[in-house]
Every structure is written in C-alpha cells, then in structure tokens.
Design a protein around this ligand. Structure first.
Ligand SMILES: *Cc1c(COP(=O)(O)O)cnc(C)c1O
Length: 398
C-alpha cells in the first residue's frame, strides 16, 4: 500500500526524532551515529511497536546477518506501521529464517569468480574489489549476507597485497569498483591510501565506489572526505536508495557536496516487495534523485539470497515499473532494470518489449502510448541513380 507520505517530494530532516533534544549536539557527528546504532531488541522496543514477526526476526538474526540501524535512518521509520517501507529494509522478520528452494548463499556466484580473495573478476575489463565486510546499517536482503556484518558462516578475507599485484599484472582491467561492505566507513586516510595505490596503476582509467553511506549516514559526507575523493578523478559513486523517504535534507546536502566535488553519481536500487514495488513510489524516488543530482543507474530484481522470499517480487512487476516510466518521465530518471544472473551470469538487462514485429525490410514498434510505428531498413541507392549523380557532378568549366 502506498501512503501519501510515500510520494512526498520535499526534503526534510527528521532529527532528533526518537532521540532526546540533547542528542542534537552530536547528531552531525558520524562517529556518534555509529556508536548509537540500534542493534538490539531492547533498543527497538524502547522506540517503536514491533510486530510478532519482527520480534521473532530480531531473535533469529544474530547468526545470519547482524541488525544495525543508524539513528539517522531509524528516524525514517513509522512507529506504528508494521508495513513501513523503511522497516522492511532494516528490521529482520521471521520470514528470513525460511530458505526457499530457489535461494542461494552466494546468489551471484561471486566466490567462484575470485582470483584473489576479495577481488571478483567476472567481466573482461573491470573488477569488483570487496574492501570491507562492515556497513553503517544492514539491509535485510543483502546479496553478500554470507560475509557481511561478521556473524555469518563465511568471512571476507581481503588480501590487499595479492589484490594490488593482480591488478598491476592484469593490464586488461581499466575499471575498479570498490564495494563490500561499505568502503566509505574507512577513515579518509585509509581510503586515500587505497585510491592512491590504485591510481598509481597506469592502465586503471576509472574508479568507482559503491556505498549506501550517503543514505544511512550522510553525516560521513564531510567537506574533508569530498576534498580527498576529488584528488582521485575520474571517480564515480554509486549510491543505494530504494524509497523517496530516504532522501532527507541531510542526504540531499551530502549528495550535493559530492556533486560539487565533481563526482558523478548513479543510484542502484533493489526492487522490494512492500517497499518500492509500485510505479508511483519509483517515480517519486527517481524524481527526488535527479533533484539531488543523482542519475538512476540500475533497478535490480532482488537476488535469490537466502531468506528473501518475502521481499522479492515477480520479474513482471519490474518490467511494469519501467513501462510506467519510459515516455512518461525524463529519460535521465529511468534506471536500467537488471537481473544479476543466478550463479554468476552478470547483470542482464530486462526491458519491456517495444518491438512488435520484425520482418523483412522493417521493424514494427510500439511507443509508450501504444501507438504503432514502422521503421524501414535503409533503401540502397540504385546503380542507375548513382551513375546519374556522378555525371551531374562532372565539372563543365574546369
Ligand atoms: C556489478 C558488477 C560490476 C560492475 O558492472 P557495471 O555494469 O559496469 O556497473 C563489475 N563486477 C562485478 C562482479 C559486478 O557484480
């Protein structure tokens, strides 16, 4: 169900929200935000009314994927609404404890594409570099829950020197994507060191960071961080926002600071049942993103991660969302809908079908309103016409 507040396109602050007024002194300190994360049942119950499904989910979460929610993000939660789209992303539910037959611990087959622990090399010219297993808050549908947050069965053991050596030797790698976990949890000095090391490799043209810190912990986007990142251009950042409510005034300020540092930004959102599975919510989200100078990049069909069946939608619902955006709003606002091929297929684009028929000499297309248009293949110039043109082009006076 979409409530009117889900479609609000204003940018407001929710601080101090569930915290006392005195917390405002520390509110913009990102270290305070991290120290005061909500990470226990008692913390939750002191602030909001939990459903039975959530209470059981929190008790089960300890051995699977830790719960942690920054005060900033927690304030977006509706206290009394068990279907709040923010809750469903970060508060565990009992359904997480059930594994559907199609689900996998490593849904994108990353472990089998790691030449060095921490480095996923699936595509010919670019790599995914997993630099940490910690995040500011944990998404319940995390595709890397097997290694992220420190409570799961596997551990991420990034081998820094071996990874740098691999990148130095593999001259075909021109693009390095830092992710994890969340790389922006590192100190400015540590991140600067990593980026400097990568920048020293001549064939690496392009760097990017995947981070949900701008949404979970916008206080981390300090002028100092932006000044450091700016030294490593061309550097792009992919943020992760799923719902228009997440774009508060603090988030907008942080994103604008990154944009002012010359960092182009894309958004990667995950299509989630009960969170953003309607064209109206998606439209409000992408419009707010453009207002923050962020270009919607990918809309992901939710990976087949263990315990996520309650959050997944059908693929048809994603196609329907794109159908409702294309033509109806700004082209820049429309993400590419993708499925990360289960077991390691990489990102596969899924689009509504606009080609109605393709026969000898033409394609028949439909537009966003259902209008039908033929687009013919090019007619080649007949030999006789060519000759006539050549004759006409002979200069009579020179
Ligand atoms: C997503 C991903 C990338 C980057 O893909 P783009 O389509 O270039 O954004 C690279 N490597 C891996 C393993 C990925 O999952």
């Amino acid at each position: 169900m979409t409530s009117p507040s889900d479609l609000d396109t204003t940018f407001t602050s929710h601080a101090p929200g569930y915290w006392p007024e005195s917390a405002m002194e520390k509110w913009s300190d990102h270290k305070w935000q991290l120290r005061n994360r909500i990470d226990s049942l008692a913390d939750l119950e002191a602030r909001i009314n939990l459903s039975d499904e959530e209470r059981a989910g929190v008790l089960l979460a300890g051995t699977k994927l830790a719960m942690a929610i920054t005060p900033h993000f927690f304030n977006l939660i509706d206290k009394d609404d068990p279907n709040c789209p923010i809750r469903r992303q970060v508060i565990p539910r009992i359904e997480e404890g059930w594994t559907a037959p199609e689900e996998l611990a490593d849904p994108c087959g990353e472990d089998s594409h790691m030449p060095v622990p921490g480095l996923v090399h699936r595509y010919p010219d670019r790599v995914l570099f997993l630099v940490t297993d910690r995040c500011a808050s944990y998404c319940r549908y995390c595709t890397r829950s097997r290694v992220v947050s420190g409570v799961g069965e596997q551990q991420l053991e990034t081998q820094w020197e071996a990874a740098f050596k691999y990148l130095e030797e593999h001259t075909e790698v021109r693009d390095v994507l830092l992710s994890g976990g969340d790389p922006l949890l590192f100190s400015d000095a540590k991140l600067d060191k990593i980026l400097t090391r990568l920048r020293a490799i001549p064939h690496i043209q392009f760097l990017r960071i995947g981070s949900r810190i701008p949404i979970f912990l916008p206080q981390r986007i300090t002028p100092e961080l932006c000044a450091m990142l700016k030294k490593h251009h061309p550097l792009f950042i992919s943020i992760h926002s799923n719902h228009p409510k997440e774009l508060t005034s603090e988030v907008q300020d942080g994103l604008v600071r990154l944009a002012e540092a010359g960092i182009p930004m894309g958004n990667q959102s995950v299509l989630l049942r009960g969170v953003n599975d309607s064209p109206e919510v998606q439209k409000a989200l992408v419009h707010k993103l453009l207002m923050c100078r962020v270009r919607p990049y990918y809309l992901y069909q939710c990976d087949l991660i263990t315990g996520s069946s309650h959050l997944r939608t059908s693929v048809a619902e994603g196609v329907n969302i794109i159908e409702n955006l294309r033509g109806h709003t700004t082209g820049y606002a429309i993400p590419q809908f993708v499925i990360d091929g289960p077991g390691g297929g990489g990102k596969i684009p899924i689009n509504p079908n606009y080609v109605v028929d393709s026969s000898e000499g033409k394609v028949t297309l439909r537009n966003y309103e259902g209008g039908i248009f033929d687009y013919p293949d090019p007619t080649r110039i007949p030999e006789g016409e060519m000759k006539a043109l050549q004759e006409k082009a002979i200069c009579k006076t020179c």
